[in-house]
Design a protein around this ligand. Structure first.
Ligand code: PLP
Length: 418
């Protein structure tokens, strides 16, 4: 696994990336296309990414949290290749692939004892849709309480619980409007909203990721658990970003000793292959009732064998190498180092996070944008997060070399001192 410092050979983006961007813009819908300044990834390994111009970067994001075991981990690659050679596709809810049983058993084994019976899907947003549908089927109540700055994906069901106006407004006419947003951390407001709207579920990220690396305040998740129990509602933990070791536990909820009724995971699960899952308390998952002639919630690629095979390998590596434990230990050290190096510097408002899900909040989005751009030019990949783009997001692979994190701290200190 490659754990090398950056090596930049010239201008960033280089000529090849610039030419590819030009070509891409001719053939792709502008809304989903790359931004000016994008580098084109050609290959990746471990914590490193190489672009089309041969520059080597350190990926301080693990590809939005996907490469938790590092990019192109040999065991994940082998699992994918072997599966591709024998069975790349099966018939979702009709005739499943054998490897799907192995994945569901493995995933259930890693989740807290009370959670299981997953519904597989492809994206994080899909997993949230599964959770929201399950909650409606079980409680008969469509309303959900979610949080300001929450991000749960952009499918129309999940989007209804995603807070940012930027994502919602163009599609407002298609949104059910069945979500009440409450300040993250305000348990009293949650209780009031659940009662007032007869909500069937509370949907929470244990650490708000895209909202800017905000861990839930101490005791908040336990309060949500109690409110859900008192009001006969379900607690859904969206762990698409935080789950599978990112925050130092298999699930971030475990830090608070809270077991939700439903949990979603995604991103890290497929190590790059799109696969996600929604699991729950067996009593909740069985709320769907007996399977009828036609599955009411399925898709062509549900339980895709490539995804199942690679996810088995990812879970094995996470467990064998105790990457959740490593994320806790390394993350705590890195957070302390980042705090002492960066907190005194101009424009730094806060340095926070949990495990290897950290954020540096700056005073302005312009400063954050400048740091992201200058970091990239010197070989460090990170992005802006938070509702107004002021947070530098740091979610490296869980097996990143600590020497790279020390290098990142030093580089960030230089950029923030400049
Ligand atoms: C907490 C959370 N939920 C859901 C999603 C949506 O996942 P996807 O982009 O795979 O649909 C994300 C994506 O960042 C996320 O952070």
């Amino acid at each position: 696994m490659s754990q090398q410092p950056p090596e930049i050979r010239g201008e960033v983006p280089g000529k090849s990336s610039q030419a590819l961007l030009e070509r891409l813009h001719h053939v792709e819908c502008p809304e989903v296309s790359a931004m000016p300044g994008a580098i084109f990834w050609e290959r990746a390994n471990g914590s490193n990414v190489w672009d089309a111009d041969g520059n080597r970067y350190v990926d301080l994001l693990a590809g939005f949290g996907v490469a938790a075991i590092g990019h192109a981990h040999p065991e994940a690659t082998r699992a994918l290749q072997e599966q591709a050679a024998v069975l790349p596709h099966a018939l979702s809810d009709v005739h499943p692939a054998t490897v799907r049983v192995a994945l569901l058993e493995s995933l259930t084994r890693r989740l807290p004892a009370d959670l299981g019976m997953p519904i597989l899907s492809a994206s994080g947003s899909d997993a949230v849709e599964s959770a929201l549908k399950t909650a409606l089927v079980v409680t008969g109540r469509a309303h959900v309480v979610a949080f300001e700055d929450a991000y749960h994906g952009l499918g129309l069901g999940a989007l209804d619980a995603t807070h940012a106006a930027l994502f919602r407004e163009p599609f407002a006419e298609r949104l059910p409007g069945r979500t009440t947003f409450v300040r993250f951390g305000d348990a009293d407001a949650v209780r009031r909203a659940v009662r007032a709207d007869a909500a069937g579920a509370i949907l929470v990220e244990p650490v708000q990721g895209r909202g800017g690396a905000h861990p839930a305040p101490a005791g908040f998740l336990s309060d949500l658990r109690a409110i859900a129990d008192d009001e006969d509602a379900l607690l859904i933990a969206d762990e698409v970003y935080t789950g599978l070791g990112r925050t130092g536990r298999w699930l971030a909820c475990e830090h608070d000793g809270v077991v939700p009724d439903l949990v979603t995971v995604g991103k890290a699960l497929g190590g790059g292959f799109p696969i996600s899952a929604c699991a729950g308390r067996p009593g909740v998952m069985k709320g769907w009732g007996e399977r009828g002639e036609e599955a009411r919630h399925t898709s062509t690629h549900l339980g895709n064998p490539l995804g199942c095979a690679v996810a088995c390998a990812v879970l094995d590596v996470l467990a064998r190498d105790d990457l959740p434990g490593r994320a806790a230990e390394v993350g705590e050290r890195w957070l302390a180092n980042l705090r002492s190096a960066l907190a005194p510097l101009p424009g730094v408002v806060d340095v926070r996070g949990r495990g290897l899900m950290l954020g540096i909040e700056l005073d302005t989005a312009a400063r954050a944008a400048r740091v992201v751009e200058d970091a990239l030019a010197s070989g460090w990949i990170l992005i802006q997060e938070g509702p107004d783009g002021r947070v530098l997001s740091l979610t490296p692979p869980l097996n990143v070399a600590e020497s790279l994190l020390e290098g990142a701290t030093a580089r960030l200190a230089e950029l923030l001192s400049a």
